[in-house]
Design a protein. Structure first.
Length: 381
């Protein structure tokens, strides 16, 4: 009695006899004696070619038959190789080390091999590659924003500084890590530093430092944390600048202290890739009792300044009066005019009518005024 095995156009048969591979059967109908089946003499495994990839436990045995290479594309990869398998111009598989077999029909295949020692994957269709489900297993990617740079490390050693864009690297080519560096201007607020001045006054000083990273490689390799390093250096130069000044010198010219701080801090920050844009003393906070003493000093200084101004004005007024008196003494006519001006000011608010006779008018007016000491002069005819 015969048994029939049908292999369709999108299928192939793997023929084994007594467990040994005999070959690949093309589409068609095959008759085998059932007696042979009952004895497990022959066995035909029917597999579909639509899934493209052939996964079989005896693949290493199958590829020993030269006829298999007519039906299958064999991709044999070592530890440093990866492959992209494109089926009908669409990415089907990303495969790593090992032997892989793909049916040549009914699909059109394209195989791309890559050496992971090149580290970075550059491809015209990178978006399709990173979107594939196999990508997380074999690839790692990162996005770099316009305002930042990324220092890429391989096995702990820096290999590249990455600017804006998307970067994709093969896994398995070393231990990957990276550090992101913000290239925008930033502000470090060094707050609440207690410092003793040269004249033994304890202050609390707040310092503002504007800075920008200009060398990302130095910023990530010379120091472990450039922001903390800058903060520490700002504390040190602040103590050095304030500790060598008296309280009066510091309060009088904070800008000079700021310039000294900036010069010292710029030199140190440049060693780890940071450029200091500006440095300023934001607040100088005195202890409570020192505030009271300082307020008394300021009050006394202002009072002394006011007294000095008052005395200066009094002296100027006396000098002016002396000059006027000398002019009047030397010029009788000018004295007479001055008397008339003063009489005009005195009588400005009266409504009296005066009739003068012959003689000195000024003497007559003085007589009228002296005759009415208790109020405005009355009408006189």
């Amino acid at each position: 009695m015969l048994g029939v095995v049908r292999i369709r156009k999108h299928e192939r048969g793997l023929w084994f006899r007594h467990g040994d591979f005999q070959g690949v059967l093309a589409p068609g109908k095959y008759r085998l004696w059932s007696r042979l089946f009952s004895r497990k003499r022959d066995d035909i495994e029917v597999v579909s070619t639509l899934c493209t990839r052939l996964e079989h436990p005896l693949l290493d045995v199958l590829v020993q038959d030269p006829a298999v290479w007519d039906e299958l594309t064999i991709v044999d990869l070592n530890e440093d190789q990866r492959a992209l398998i494109w089926r009908d111009d669409r990415l089907a598989y990303i495969v790593g080390p090992g032997r892989h077999a793909f049916w040549k029909s009914p699909h059109a295949l394209k195989i791309e091999l890559f050496d992971v020692s090149q580290f970075e994957l550059r491809h015209a269709r990178i978006e399709a590659i990173v979107a594939h489900s196999d990508a997380p297993r074999w690839l790692t990617g990162l996005e770099v924003a316009p305002h930042e740079e990324v220092v890429l490390f391989r096995d702990g050693e820096p290999v590249r500084v990455l600017g804006q864009g998307r970067y994709v690297h093969w896994k398995g080519a070393g231990r990957l890590s990276w550090k992101s560096v913000d290239r925008r201007e930033q502000i470090a607020d060094v707050a609440g530093q207690e410092i003793i001045t040269q004249d033994k006054v304890t202050l609390r000083v707040n310092l503002l430092v504007a800075y920008r990273v200009t060398d990302s490689l130095k910023a990530t390799t010379v120091v472990s944390d450039f922001a903390q390093a800058l903060y520490r250096e700002a504390q040190l130069v602040l103590r050095a600048a304030v500790g060598t000044r008296t309280l009066d010198a510091l309060l009088t010219d904070k800008e000079a202290a700021g310039r000294e701080l900036a010069a010292a801090l710029k030199e140190r920050a440049a060693e780890f890739g940071v450029t200091v844009r500006s440095v300023g003393l934001r607040d100088v906070i005195l202890p409570g009792e020192m505030k009271l003493i300082l307020n008394r000093v300021i009050e006394a200084e202002k009072q002394a300044q006011a007294d000095l101004i008052r005395r200066r004005e009094e002296t100027a007024a006396a000098r002016s009066q002396a000059n006027t008196a000398r002019l009047l003494a030397e010029n009788p006519m000018l004295a007479r005019i001055k008397e008339l001006e003063l009489l005009g000011e005195i009588l400005a608010g009266t409504r009296s009518t005066f009739v003068f006779g012959g003689g000195n008018i000024a003497d007559q007016v003085r007589g009228l005024v002296s005759a009415t000491p208790d109020g405005p002069a009355e009408n006189t005819a």
